[in-house]
Design a protein around this ligand. Sequence first.
Ligand code: HEC
Length: 135
Amino acid sequence: MRRGWYGGLGAAALLACGGGSGGGSATMAAYNPGRAPAELQRGAALYGSYCASCHGALGKGQGLGPPLLDTLFLPARISDAQMTSAILAGSPQRHWNYGAMPPVTRVDPAEVPQVVAYVRWLQSGYHAGGTTGSP
Ligand code: HEC
C-alpha cells in the first residue's frame, strides 16, 4: 500500500479592499485641519458650493457620497487628472453604494484645479495624523 502525502500549500487569499470604511471613522469625524491657507480659500469656497453636499464638509462624507479623506482617493489611487475628470464628466459607481457621481456642470473648468488642490490639502492634513492646525 502506497500513500502519497502532498501537503497543500494553503494559499490564503487575503483580500485587501484598500479602504472603504463606509462613511468615515471616529478619527475622521474629529478631524479639523483649521482654516485653509489663503491660496486655497477659493478652492475651499468652491468645494463648499459644489462638493460638500455629497462628500461632506472637509471631505468627511455625509450620506450622499463617500468621504474624500478615504485612502481610496489619495493621489496614489486617484490622480489629479482623474479627479478633474470626475468633476467635469462625472464618475461611475466604483467602491461604494451611493450610485454614480453626476458631472458638476456649474463649476468653471478653469477653477477646477483649485478645488483639487483644496481636496489634496484636506487629505494630506488628515493622513499626516489628524489636526494640522488650530483655528
Ligand atoms: C451628487 C453628489 C456628488 C457631488 C455633488 C460630487 N460628488 Fe464626487 N462622487 C459622488 C459619488 C456617488 C461618487 C462615486 C463613488 C464610488 O462609488 O466610488 C463620487 C466620486 C468622486 C471621486 C472619485 C472618482 C473616481 O475616479 O473614482 C472624486 C475624486 C470626487 N467624487 C470628487 C468630487 C469633487 C471634488 C466634487 C465637487 C466639485 C464632487 N465630487 C461632487 C458624489 C458626488
